[in-house]
Write a protein that binds this ligand. Structure first.
Ligand code: FES
Ligand SMILES: [Fe+2]
Length: 438
């Protein structure tokens, strides 16, 4: 357990808050590219407690500016998308994508007041289905050479979902390899041929054992958490009866993301992005090392579970997450259906809007969570002291060399689990149709 003061320091995200200032030193997902499809590409964005509006102007360029008009505060989401910018419908002030006011049609004709008026604005960039924003000071850092950024658009599918809780508890479920044996336990195994686009539905590595069976029968993984250039490499070892070891490597990507294997073909890189202190979005990039991603199928699967425009899950506290005691007795550990996203959602939302960590009791299986919090504390200290160069993935020469990360399931026959994971990764990369060499 930790003190209330430390819990506040690690969780709060507003401008000037401890963790909020660390998160602002990194690119954060602001919207899906899908959200700007359609005749009027203007969407509200609430990110790190700041209310913004994202739009695409007539030249196809993106702008992310403050939601409230600098004149008298009207909502720019209702702005007129015209003259290559956004015009406030209240008095017609017009802003370009940098937030600069370029026209005030009701002011005297010779007025130059507009030159002094600039809305809050932040740099944005598109990458493989997600629009990223940088809300920090100075120049934004480069993007690392992660697989989800290097893969061609055809091999990456992006989606998002709303969770009504603080970002940190959402991220911490992703660096907790032990929970998969319980929270995501299926009492019966599905045909792996039906597994496309779903987590934990493939067979385990080179075996015929369904992943669901392996997780169920080996609930006490040995967990190792080691510092890595991108954050943490987390290894879960399940020692099977015949001397073989199932090796599952997942990652924490500092500060708010994870990278985990989904199937033999795909990995998931998932950001947990604060909307404000008590709400967050997960943004997932599903990256295929084999065939192009069937985006239509994956989108349909997920749209069935979410409502637009908020990407709010259809199941939630309002309907008990679909809890069915009969199902809990016979089919799943949770009784909340087969979609593992709902299980994770229940786990993190049911802790309360901001988990009260003064009451928690961490065990051996929480090794990665403990190590991650240490990294976040070090980053908070570095930012406060103006030593950004100490932050993970901050130095320029460093960033371009940060690739991967290795994220897979393999079977080690001789106890050399890292060798087995690396060999599996190497094989996947050399067979990959796009350049995945590292
Ligand atoms: S409030 Fe926007 S122009 Fe007046
Ligand atoms: Fe999970």
């Amino acid at each position: 357990m930790i003190s209330q003061e430390l819990n506040d320091s690690l969780t709060r995200v507003g401008r000037g808050s401890d963790a909020g200032e660390v998160l602002r030193r990194y690119w954060q997902p602001a919207a899906l590219l899908d959200e700007l499809e359609g005749p009027r590409p203007v969407v509200p964005v609430r990110l790190l407690g700041e209310d913004l509006v994202l739009f695409r102007n007539a030249s196809g360029e993106l702008g992310l500016i403050g939601r409230h008009c600098p004149h008298r505060g009207a909502d720019m989401c209702f702005g007129r998308l015209e003259d290559n910018g956004l015009r406030c419908p209240f008095h017609g002030w017009h802003f370009d994508r940098s937030g600069q006011c370029v026209e005030q049609p009701g002011e005297p004709e010779d007025s130059r007041m507009h030159e002094q008026i600039k809305a809050v604005s932040y740099p944005v960039q598109e990458k493989n289905g997600i629009i990223w924003a940088y809300l920090g000071p100075g120049e934004p850092p480069e993007f690392p050479a992660f697989d989800c950024f290097r893969a061609p658009d055809s091999h990456v599918f992006a989606f998002k979902g709303l969770w009504r809780c603080n970002w940190l508890q959402a991220m911490e479920v992703g660096i907790d390899p032990a929970h998969a044996s319980f929270l995501h336990r299926f009492l019966q195994d599905e045909d792996p041929a039906e597994a496309y686009g779903k987590q934990f539905r493939d067979t385990a590595a080179d075996t015929e054992i369904p992943m669901t069976q392996l997780l169920r029968e080996y609930p006490r993984p040995e967990i190792l958490a080691e510092d890595a250039p991108h954050g943490l490499r987390i290894t879960a070892l399940r020692h099977l009866e015949d001397g073989r070891t199932h090796v599952r490597i997942t990652n924490q990507i500092f500060p708010g993301a994870i990278c985990i294997p989904m199937s033999r073909e795909m990995t998931i890189t998932q950001w947990h992005v604060p909307i404000d202190d008590e709400n967050c979005y997960w943004y997932a990039m599903f990256t295929s090392f084999d065939n192009p991603v069937d985006k239509q199928l994956m989108r349909e699967q997920r749209l069935k579970e979410h409502s637009l425009p908020d990407y709010a899950p259809l199941k939630g506290a309002h309907n008990n997450y679909g809890f069915d005691p009969e199902e809990q007795a016979k089919e799943t550990y949770t009784g909340m259906g087969l979609d593992i996203n709902v299980h994770d959602q229940w786990a993190v939302e049911s802790m309360g809007a901001i988990q009260d960590r003064t009451q928690e009791h961490l065990g051996k299986t929480d090794a990665a969570i403990i190590r991650y919090r240490r990294q976040l504390r070090a980053a908070i200290t570095a930012v406060k002291a103006g030593r950004e160069e100490e932050l993970p993935m901050w130095c320029e020469e460093n960033i371009a060399s940060i690739a991967g990360p290795l994220s897979n399931d393999t079977i080690a026959k001789d106890g050399d689990w890292l060798g087995s994971a690396k060999a599996g990764d190497q094989k996947r990369r050399s067979d990959c149709p796009w350049d995945a060499d590292i």
